[in-house]
Structure formats: C-alpha cells, structure tokens
Design a protein around this ligand. Sequence first.
Ligand SMILES: Cc1ncc(COP(=O)(O)O)c(C=O)c1O
Length: 380
Amino acid sequence: MNTIYLDNAATSFPKPDAVADAMVRYLREVGAPLNRSVYQNAQEAELVTLSLREGLKRFFHFPEKATHVILTPGNTYGLNFLIKGLLHPGDHVIVSAMEHNAVMRPLLQLSQVSFDRLPADSDGFVDPGDIRKLVRQNTKLILMAHGSNVCGSVQNASAIGSIAAQYGIPFALDGAQTAGHFPLDFEGLQLSALSVPGHKGLLGPSGIGALLMTEELAQRLTPLVAGGTGSASDSELLPAYLPDRFESGTLNLPGIYGWEAAMGFVYARGVDALRAHEIQLTGRFIEGLRDIQSVRLCGPTSLENRVGVLSLDFLRQDNAAVAYELEQRFGILTRCGLHCAPAAHRSLGTFPKGTVRFSLGYANTEADVDAALAAIRALA
Ligand SMILES: Cc1ncc(COP(=O)(O)O)c(C=O)c1O
C-alpha cells in the first residue's frame, strides 16, 4: 500500500532531493569544520554557512546583518535561548493561549517570572487589543506562536507588533508553523526576535534552526551556552560579537549544508506560490468535510488567516483509534493527541481528548486530499 504523508506540521516530507545531496556531499567530500581552519574545504563550509544566513535574512526581510541570524540546534533551542537568556526574576511575559510546550515549558521553569495568556477564541485566534489589558510595568516580552500547530490559525502579528511597539516591549514570534508556509516579514511585523525550525516548512533536515534577533535584543540576551567559537581564542571570555557570542561549539554542518540547499528550493518557489498551493488544498479539504457528519473541524474554516494544519475531532470515535485505522487501512499518515499544546486544545474545546491532525505540505496533491476525505468518510 502506498502511503500519503499528511504530517507536515510535525516535520516536512519529502524533502527536495537537493537537501540529501548536499548533506551527503558535505559528509563524503567536504568534511571540514567551521570558523576554525582556513584550508579550502573549510572556506567552502564558511561560504555555505554564510549563504544560509543570507538566505534566511532575505527570506524573512530581516533588517539586521546576517551575523544576527543565529544558527541553533532547532526551534525549541532558539525559544529556550530567548526565554531563558532574556528574562530575569520579577519579569512578566505575555504569551497566547495557543502556545506549544516549546514556549510554555521553559517559561514555567522560570519560577520567578510571571506570565499571562492572551485568550484565544474557539477558532484559535487571539484579539490583539487584549494585550492592552495584560501589559504591566514589568512586561519584558510578548511571545507567541504565529501559526497554531493544532488548528492552523495564524495570529494578526502585524496588529500585535504595532501594540508592542507602542509600549516599547520586545515582540517575538515562534515561526514553527508559518516559516515557509505564510509570509513572515520581520521588519514589517516590528519583531525583535523570530525563532524558526529548519525541518518544517523550510524543508531542511531536523536538528537545526535559527534565531533572528535585533542588535537591541542581542545586547540584552545572556548566551545560555558558552565554549569555543574558533574566534578570539586568546580570551577565555565569549566574544561580544555575533554570531559567535551565541554559537559556541562546532555547529551542525551536515544540517547547514542540507538547510542551505532547502532554502534555495524554498526561495526559488517563493512563499506566495507555496502558500497558494497549500491553501488551495486546504480549501478542498474543508469543502470536502462539509457533508461528513460526526466529524468536527476544530479551527478556522476561512482560508485567509490560516495554514494547512487541519485538526478533526471524530465525535463518535476514539481519535487515536481513527489515526491508527487511517494508517493501517488507508496508508494515511497523521498525528493524533494533544500535539504538545494542551493550552491550545483547551481554547478549542478538545482537551483532553485531542484531535486527529492532517497537515499539508508542498508535495501534497489534490489526489492526496481526496484520498484522505474518502478515508474520513469511510471511518466516520
Ligand atoms: C508551534 C510550535 N512551536 C514549537 C515547536 C518546536 O519545534 P521543534 O520541535 O522543531 O524544536 C513546534 C513543533 O512542532 C511547533 O509546532
């Protein structure tokens, strides 16, 4: 039985061929460190890394230099670097009621930092105006998921950025579900920081991500990891300059090669075309659900402010059993449960049962959507 991959919100698949090719080429033919040695292959690794930083800078309309594109071991690490590096005892943070545990768990580890959640409606949207009710004198950060990994709702980041700017509070986005899926303009949204994974909509490998931040924020951020940077080796202190200050240790070079190749693909397609394809499939999916009773789509039915993450609640069944049947009988790969975001399910009214999540990617087709709909119909 052929399988149909509808778990792109977890990690994108398949990757463009160029990704594996670049990673294999690094491992077989390049094999040099970064920022340490100066022979030819090492210089090549240097250039590929710079090209990745430059590609991310261009893609996200990032106004700072490419030095401020910090490569991380993944989005969760980028969010931890931001939360734990910026906040101090007594500080206050505003998040949304749709957050992933990659935000909530590090925040809850900081027992002396308080937070408020912007409430979300039953479609997973916050009202940016509510920020005004939550801002305090000690609010040091407004941080939220741009797109929900549970229901696909995309927050009005532009309105949130304007309000944050009025109060002079840094605004940061977790771009896990929108990077590569939805236009994300760092400067236009008045962001201070953006954390993204390499392995989702940006089509790279796992184990790598990026934290983009303004110089102003970088000045206030304590590096959580210290060690060798290959630079300023006469000193036992971390260099003051970026990216070295936040990139101790040998970076994930196979990941850098793979992600750089992936960014070439994503950039050539363009986020608008990627989004148009995904939204066309999302519309077809939602339309096809209309006549299926006993299945509830949790989240927005309009296509405007959403990505192709669709959560279904099978009202008369156990959702985990449905996901199992989808794979066993139809070869359809989804994810069930709470998707590391219990608060989002509380907002959507699906806690603790959870949902079956179907998430679309650039490689999915109308035939994939039709097959999923036929399977849902058969199971419901
Ligand atoms: C909204 C959101 N934030 C954070 C993360 C964590 O990203 P990663 O697992 O790539 O570190 C995810 C992953 O699913 C996510 O969907």
